[in-house]
Ligand binder design. Structure first.
Ligand code: ADP
Ligand code: MG
Length: 249
């Protein structure tokens, strides 16, 4: 046991030593799913340190637990054991409400299938996290300011001509760029992206990746992206592999 803890601390220490402060740290994460009487272990002791401001890619084959790990990092789900720390504070043990708040203010999430609300226009989708966070009165009193910010973000992701379109009137690349604008509306410190280019043609995938890269530089937002595609992953500052439930470097 002592050996495991020492080794685990060393792995995280190595990451800290190379460059900058660690913003998001996962320590010895375990996660299994139950299928009937069977327990399927997916994460078997994942240790990971994400540096502030870096763009990190996590690769692994389909079914290797990439989405599971990203959901844990984003507090969408809880590990069976282990812990997750954001800016030095433990986050996996927060209450549901506190986790919602954390996600809404500090962590932006982007998914393979965009998860836009079909009834809402592009700009309304981008504003949705703020509408959820603020009271009706709070939102209404600042709505010009918020709409301005959403328009600027949509402009930044190249969608100023699609502000009033509904998701079904957008291409895949456009939907993903709208989802990225939505993830950025609350000025998150970190963006967690699950196969953000997984459903896109080659050109749209390149554009989305380029956009993430630029936003990482411009807004100093940390990016953690999971992908099964090595050519996509290689655009990041650092690539780590998820193999057999553990992180290989
Ligand atoms: P990846 O994103 O790398 O493709 P996932 O994290 O989605 O992998 O899944 C890892 C493994 O966990 C797979 O075998 C998958 O079938 C299983 N799994 C994922 N989510 C669930 C769930 N909610 N219930 C049961 N099994 C799941
Ligand atoms: Mg996945």
């Amino acid at each position: 046991m002592e050996h495991i803890i020492l080794n685990m601390n060393k792995q995280i220490y190595d990451e800290r030593e190379n460059n900058g402060a660690l913003q998001l740290v996962a320590v010895d994460l375990h996660k299994s799913y139950r299928k009937g009487k069977l327990t399927v272990p997916v994460l078997k002791g994942v240790n990971l340190g994400v540096r502030e401001g870096e763009m990190l890619a996590i690769v692994g084959q389909s079914g290797s637990g990439k989405s599971t790990l990203l959901h844990l990092l984003g507090t969408l789900d809880s590990p069976d054991s282990g812990s997750i720390h954001f800016d030095g504070q433990r986050i996996d043990s927060l209450s549901g409400g506190q986790r919602d708040l954390l996600r809404n203010q500090f962590i932006g999430m982007v998914f393979q299938f965009y998860h836009l609300i079909p009834e809402l226009t592009t700009i309304e989708n981008v504003l949705a996290p703020i509408m959820i966070r603020e009271s009706v009165w709070g939102y209404l009193s600042k709505r010009h300011q918020y709409r301005k910010k959403a328009s600027e973000l949509l402009d930044r992701v190249g969608l100023s001509h699609r502000i009033r379109h509904k998701p079904n009137e957008l291409s895949g690349g456009e939907m993903q760029r709208a989802a990225i604008a939505r993830a950025l509306i609350s000025d998150p410190q970190i963006l967690l992206a699950d196969e953000p280019t997984g459903n896109l043609d080659l050109n749209s995938a390149r554009e989305v990746l380029q956009l993430l890269r630029e936003l990482n530089h411009e807004k100093k937002v940390t990016v953690v992206m999971v992908t099964h595609d090595l050519s996509i992953a290689q655009q990041a500052d650092r690539v780590i592999r998820l193999i057999d439930g553990c992180v290989m470097r």
